[in-house]
Design a protein around this ligand. Structure first.
Ligand code: GNR
Ligand code: NI
Length: 185
């Protein structure tokens, strides 16, 4: 097991299309282990493999409340098969865009088919945070980030701050941040 580095914008690897997993072999199980270790350490509630520089369609998630028992979930080759008409807004964050939060409107409910770690096909209907998080992670494996769903003005502001910070080798700062810590984990 190993904690891997999480890619931060503007890293171009975050824009890659991830490739489907053909077989759930030992390599994939090790990847999943490392993703959980990295996600819990961050801490985050979801992680796509591409965020640690592995462009494969693998997602880990744990939506259990802090101090409750862990609820690790793995989604391999997840695909949205249906979205509801009704939308829901959620204040989203992303480990690849640290400390920036913005409201994103998405379908309130989705159906997602995926493979589990045994290579068995599954399908679930999700709402609430699970629906939001699944859509956020499936975006990642398609090279899409949550800032692609906000206004161009806000996106340009975020990109500019992170580009400048990367050039200086410093973390980006957001003066208008309220209380970022309660959004993640
Ligand atoms: O930890 C995370 N929290 C979060 C909060 C609201 C909506 C989506 C997320 S996912 C994020 C971790 C992450 O970046 N996953 O890709
Ligand atoms: Ni993210």
């Amino acid at each position: 097991m190993a904690i891997r580095d999480i890619l931060i914008i503007p890293d171009p690897r975050l824009r890659l299309q991830s490739e489907p997993v053909n077989t759930v072999d030992k390599g994939i199980r090790t990847l999943v282990d490392d993703m959980f270790e990295t996600m819990y350490a961050a801490p985050g509630i979801g992680l796509a493999a591409v965020q640690i520089g592995v462009p494969l369609r693998v997602v880990t998630m744990d939506l259990a409340k802090k101090d409750d028992e862990k609820e690790p979930q793995v989604f391999i080759n997840p695909e949205i098969t249906w979205v509801s008409e009704d939308k829901s807004a959620y204040d989203e964050g992303c480990l690849s865009i640290p400390e920036y939060y913005e409201e994103v409107e998405r379908p309130a409910k989705v159906r997602v088919k995926y493979s589990d770690l045994d290579g068995k096909q599954q399908e679930i209907e999700a709402e609430g945070l699970l629906a939001t998080c699944l859509q956020h992670e499936i975006d990642h494996i398609n090279g899409v980030l949550f800032i692609d769903h906000i206004s161009k003005l806000k996106r340009n502001m975020v990109m500019k701050k992170f580009k400048k910070a990367a050039k200086r080798g410093e973390p980006a700062k957001f003066a208008e941040d309220k209380e970022p810590s309660h959004h993640i984990g």
